[in-house]
Design a protein around this ligand. Structure first.
Ligand code: HSE
Length: 401
């Protein structure tokens, strides 16, 4: 029997226990041995819960129990999750986590510790919730030289943008409704400012490169400045607005960014709506492949954690290879990146704007007080200089084709 401990009995942690119980026969068969949750670590007690007798408050009980070989870290945040994970790996216990913050911050170190101690640090649930994306990058696409990853990696913002598109509503109103329905956190900053997607693309980019992409160096812009009018214009040009997290390995360098983009209705990520996530990966032999599903939620995320547990159970005493070294990836300054931009200015700026942006395509959505247009291809730097020269813009959104 393989003894497991679950750290944190919140949404994902309780989901892990539920998944192991609900699919017990199938999971045990696939693991090759029976899995048993021996401990649940939490600060709280859970009187009346079917697993209340497994709840402990002292991590050392788990760490010092030689029977426990796999730990599910579903606490979130950096501490104490970092110390707990590190000590578990040093003791030769595998760790399966949903904690993207910890993976983005300490992934290479924890992966190295797992290797040195003949166990595993697995993190399928840290990106895309229940969507298998870490395992495809680590195993299935190993014959590829991956050169681009583009994803919708945050369910909360995708839900908000979908509702803004469908209902013509403003950001603040949809956020309020999403909070009332429990889709968005009371403090939505990490989601709406793009920080959550930033950590997730840092993890995927690191696996793409096999080296460390520091999330703090990734240009990140959230969706708080997107308005109902932006969607009115987007519809006019058969586009929608999506928060994309992307990284590209090109001849002129490696870049990563998170920002709202206007994408056409033909783009494969356009149909990814509501809380769904998708990751679009380009490899030099395979071409495009896409991974789609529920990017958040108790059971989808827990299912991914348990899939890692099964992987650990199948490889006792062995480390499943994961290439993510400490060596840092140098990121290209996005100022040099070239693309087209959608811009809204006041009608009074039209003459100046037309002479500054000699190639442009006007977008008329019937808003008479404004002059809106799509620029030709230019660098971010050149674009910013031109906008500054004509006195600024009401809003601007990058185009992705
Ligand atoms: N807040 C995240 C989201 C949860 O909305 O996608 C999953 O990481």
């Amino acid at each position: 029997m393989i003894q497991i401990a679950v750290l944190g009995y919140g949404t994902v942690g309780s989901g892990v226990v539920e998944v192991i119980e609900a699919n017990k026969a199938d999971i045990n068969k696939k693991a090759g041995e029976e899995l048993n949750v021996k401990y649940i670590l939490d600060l709280r007690d859970f009187p009346g819960d079917p697993y209340e007798d497994k709840v402990v408050h002292d991590y050392n009980m788990i760490l010092n129990d030689p029977e426990v070989s796999i730990i599910c870290e579903t606490m979130g945040g950096n501490e104490p999750a970092y110390t707990f994970s590190k000590n578990a790996l040093l003791a030769g216990k595998s760790v399966c986590t949903s904690n993207k913050e910890l993976v983005a911050n300490h992934g290479p170190e924890l992966i190295r510790l797992a290797r040195e101690n003949h166990c595993n640090y697995l993190f399928e649930a840290s990106v895309g919730g229940g969507i298998p994306i870490i395992r495809p990058l680590n195993y299935s696409l190993t014959a590829e030289k991956l050169d681009a990853i583009t994803g919708i990696l945050n369910g909360t913002t995708n839900y908000i943008l979908t509702k803004m598109d469908e209902n013509g509503a403003d950001f603040a109103d949809v956020l309020k409704e999403a909070q009332e329905k429990g889709y968005a956190e009371k403090n939505p900053e990490a989601d709406v400012e793009g920080y959550d997607a930033c950590r997730k693309i840092a993890i995927l980019s690191s696996l793409m490169k096999g080296k460390n992409v520091n999330y703090e160096e990734i240009y990140t812009e959230g969706i708080t400045k997107i308005t109902a009018e932006d969607f009115t214009y987007a519809k006019k040009i058969n586009r929608s607005v999506k928060l994309l997290a992307m990284s590209k390995d090109a001849e002129d360098g490696f870049f990563a960014m998170v920002a709202p983009f206007m994408i056409s209705r033909d783009h494969p990520l356009h149909s990814v709506s509501d809380v769904f996530n998708a990751v679009y990966v380009h490899g030099n032999m395979l071409g495009d492949s896409m991974y789609y599903g529920r990017g958040a939620g108790k059971l989808p995320t827990a299912s991914a954690v348990v899939s890692d547990v099964v992987d650990c159970a199948r490889h006792p005493g062995k480390t499943i290879m994961c290439f993510w070294d400490d060596e840092k990836v140098a990121l290209t300054d996005i100022a040099d990146l070239k693309r087209r931009f959608f811009v809204r200015m006041s009608a009074a700026q039209k003459e100046q704007a037309v002479s500054a942006f000699d190639t442009y395509e006007e977008v008329d959505a019937g808003i008479s007080s404004e002059f809106a247009f799509i620029t030709g291809v230019m660098s971010e730097k050149e674009f910013d200089e031109k906008v500054a020269a004509v006195g600024g813009a009401i809003n601007r959104i990058r185009l992705e084709d």
